[in-house]
Design a protein around this ligand. Structure first.
Ligand code: HEC
Length: 101
């Protein structure tokens, strides 16, 4: 029991150190995706929306769709910063190149 508490404390301390480095100028696309997109999109599986692996590959199209929405895809222009949208576009593109193997 004591060990578990120690581990939890260590993890909490670690996340305190790690979090601020992501917070401002460098948003983590994977994190944005997990928080805002994962309920409707998966990498290799169709959910409410299309799977990431088969999405349009043009960054401008991805960005416009995420910013303005499309049909049942909600718009995120007012919810995410430009940098966060860029980060999540980069995340989508990374996962597209893996899928093309
Ligand atoms: C409420 C569910 C929902 C959420 C949340 C959601 N999407 Fe979507 N998304 C959809 C649906 C449905 C479509 C298909 C829209 C259509 O029919 O044109 C879609 C389409 C897309 C497309 C277009 C794919 C293409 O090939 O052109 C992109 C890119 C996309 N979503 C990215 C995201 C990202 C990034 C997030 C998180 C910031 C997100 N979506 C959150 C439901 C969602």
């Amino acid at each position: 029991m004591k060990k578990i508490v120690h581990t939890a404390l260590a993890l909490a301390a670690l996340s305190l150190v790690a979090a601020p480095t992501w917070a401002d100028d460098m948003p983590d696309g994977a994190k944005v995706f997990k928080k805002k997109c994962k309920m409707c999109h998966a990498i290799h599986k169709k959910k409410v929306g299309p799977m990431v692996a088969s999405m349009n590959t043009a960054p401008e199209v991805l960005k416009t769709t995420i910013t303005n929405g499309r049909k049942r895809m909600p718009k995120f222009g007012h919810k995410l910063s430009e940098a966060e949208i860029d980060a999540v576009v980069a995340f989508i593109q990374e996962n597209q190149s893996q899928a093309a193997e």
